[in-house]
Design a protein around this ligand. Structure first.
Ligand SMILES: [Zn+2]
Length: 108
């Protein structure tokens, strides 16, 4: 069994957002608490490959909420990784406004 994806044979569920059929999978999520980043793995979810949305059932949401509300203090992390943090400061190249630009260009 792959650690990334755990397919099961539950009946297919339609995506509440786009209506496509979702698949059962085991996912992970990253949660920022103040200045700390926490990653939670082994989350059973319904995943929509069409709009990339992920949905958790009530019990899963409850477990995730408990863990978050306790500041991740109730469980020992299964592992820790070093996370490189990048900045876009000084990396964004703005084009000069032109007549062909769309809604995202500021007008003066
Ligand atoms: Zn969808």
């Amino acid at each position: 069994m792959s650690p990334e994806t755990n397919e099961t044979n539950l009946s297919p569920v339609a995506c509440p957002r786009c209506g496509e059929t979702m698949r059962s999978a085991t996912v992970r999520t990253a949660i920022w608490r103040d200045e700390s980043l926490f990653v939670v793995e082994d989350i059973p979810a319904q995943v929509c490959d069409s709009c990339m949305e992920q949905f958790y059932d009530e019990e899963t949401s409850d477990a995730l909420r408990r863990l978050t509300e306790e500041g991740f203090s109730s469980l020992r992390p299964k592992k820790e990784v070093l996370v490189p943090i990048f900045s876009l400061q000084g990396q964004i190249v703005r084009r000069a406004p032109s007549a062909e630009d769309g809604a995202f260009t500021e007008r003066y």
